[in-house]
Ligand binder design. Structure first.
Ligand code: FAD
Length: 465
């Protein structure tokens, strides 16, 4: 006998969003989490400030993920574009701010994002089982059996939202990918994306991080250009990090390349503004040159020694200065390990999943959301947005499927060309105690069997006039 309609495995970004939406849709659902606390990775995001989305249209977002992933994610992004996600969080009581097209909670606390979900789960009475690692799943008559360390549960549908395989202390270690493999699905190799680069150059081994705000990073392998990215670079602890480095290493992972040359251009835009000030910089005494450059580039004093070594001496002309600042080539030792990566490249193969529903093509009733799939995005809120958008799309399918199944078998079924139940039959049966008792239920006109877009499903903020 089925214990519940839906089991969601993993209470990270995708699982939490899915569980809230399941609660709102009135589904019987259990959320299982391996760790003692939900959302441990969510708490780390954006340096604990949680960059939860990016500004742009669904099409802009799709383009940013790159062709294959963007195409796969398009239906999810169209159902939940950035503006709709922002509206949802604001209506859920979490004010947001924008910073350079990145979306953060106004409080700049990832903790507040997590609590928004946890509060909703409490209000909706969605059971969340902590310390409950799932060890495997198998198809059974009418659904799936989910085996956990201490119990086994059966459900009509299962949503796997177990994340990637980085920062293992947060609970994401690649379990969902293993479940998929065990069920015969293809999984593309897991590798680190958005990860630091270890370098041998002593000048970059600063104890205190040096932040260089505007750098162009070029990765080449065997003379082929693999990635050109721009953004900040952080140097410290024998490692280069920051958005420009992370975005470049994600592209290297997509090309399955781990050995490459690295070129830093510290002045991608500066020399375009005319050479006058640089001639001036150059004319100062050679010993003061690095200091003057640091000042011009907005670098802190910790960068001076390193820059002096990197540039060398005897710079005779502005062209020479530009050349040296634009072609700094640190000696690359290699990528930092997967456990330190912001995102995992690879996962359940997209060819195994219907992009319109996020259901496994060969295993009806089995769904995926978030990083467990072979999806990843650049820095800037794209990965969390993908987790939320895929959760929303998967839940739309699951809610429609389960609510359709709950429809009575007699002639009350809607006609084929109109899948919605009749107007006067939208309320759940009286003995269905699963609806939350509070006034957080969706408006009556959203109770149809087809799932409304996320922002309409969730409670409206009370306007204070
Ligand atoms: C340091 C850091 C900073 C980041 N910053 C940002 C950022 O600012 N913006 C952004 O967009 N992205 C950021 N990311 C990436 C982002 O956090 C992930 O892409 C996102 O969390 C993926 O969501 P998910 O729900 O798919 O997986 P996760 O958030 O990893 O959640 C998976 C959950 O499943 C649970 N689980 C795993 N296996 C099992 C099992 N067998 N049984 C039960 N439960 C299980 C895990 O414990 C975990 O709670 C950051 C990542 C890191 C590591």
């Amino acid at each position: 006998m089925m214990n519940t309609d839906l089991i969601i495995i993993g209470a990270g970004a995708a699982g939490l969003m899915s569980a809230v939406l399941a609660g709102r849709a009135g589904l019987s659902c259990i959320l299982l989490e391996k760790r003692h606390r939900a959302g441990l990775k969510l708490l780390l995001t954006g340096n604990n400030r949680c960059n939860l989305s990016h500004v742009g249209t669904a099409e802009d977002m799709a383009a940013a993920y790159g062709e294959t992933i963007g195409d796969f994610l398009r239906p999810a992004l169209e159902l939940l574009p950035p503006r709709a996600l922002r509206t949802w969080f604001e209506e859920a009581g979490l004010p947001l701010i924008l910073n350079r097209n990145r979306v953060y909670p106004k409080s700049e606390k990832a903790d507040d994002v997590l609590h928004t979900f946890i509060d909703k789960l409490r209000d909706l009475e969605v059971p969340l089982l902590l310390n409950c690692p799932v060890t495997g799943l198998e198809p059974v008559e009418g659904g799936y059996r989910v085996r956990c360390a201490k119990l086994a549960l059966e459900a009509k549908c299962v949503l796997v939202a177990t994340g990637g395989a980085s920062y293992p202390k947060t609970g994401s270690v690649g379990d969902g990918q293993q479940f998929a493999k065990d069920l015969g699905l293809e999984v593309t190799p897991l590798r680190p994306g958005l990860v630091g680069i270890e370098v041998a150059d002593a000048w970059l081994h600063s104890q205190a991080d040096i932040s260089i705000p505007d750098v162009r990073v070029t990765l080449t392998a065997n003379g082929r250009r693999i990635a050109v990215t721009e953004g900040n670079v952080l140097c410290g602890g024998q490692c280069l990090r920051g958005a420009a480095i992370f975005d470049a290493t994600r592209l290297a992972a997509h090309h399955q390349i781990t050995s490459f040359e690295l070129t830093l251009d510290l002045t991608p835009h500066v020399f375009r503004n005319g050479v006058g000030k640089w001639r001036d910089v150059l004319q100062r005494t050679p010993e003061r040159l690095p200091e003057a450059i640091c000042r011009e580039l907005g670098l802190g004093p910790t960068a001076i020694t390193g820059l002096t070594r990197a540039l060398g001496r005897d710079i005779g002309s502005v062209d020479e200065l530009a050349e040296r600042l634009q072609t700094i080539r640190p000696t690359v030792i290699g990528l930092r390990p997967a456990k330190e990566a912001i995102v995992t490249v690879g996962g359940v193969a997209l060819s195994e999943i219907h992009r319109e529903t996020l259901e496994a093509k060969r295993l009806p009733g089995l769904f995926f959301a978030g990083e467990v799939m072979d999806i990843d995005g650049p820095t800037g809120g794209f990965n969390l947005h993908a987790a939320f958008a895929t959760a929303n799309l998967a839940m739309k399918t699951i809610a429609t499927r389960l609510q359709d199944r709950r429809e009575p078998q007699n002639d009350r079924r809607p006609p084929q060309n109109d899948r919605r139940p009749p107007q006067n039959d939208r309320r759940p049966p009286q003995n269905d105690r699963r609806e939350p008792q509070s006034d957080r239920r969706p408006p009556q006109n959203d109770r149809r069997s087809s799932y409304a877009p996320l922002q309409n499903v969730l409670p409206r903020k009370k306007h204070q006039n």
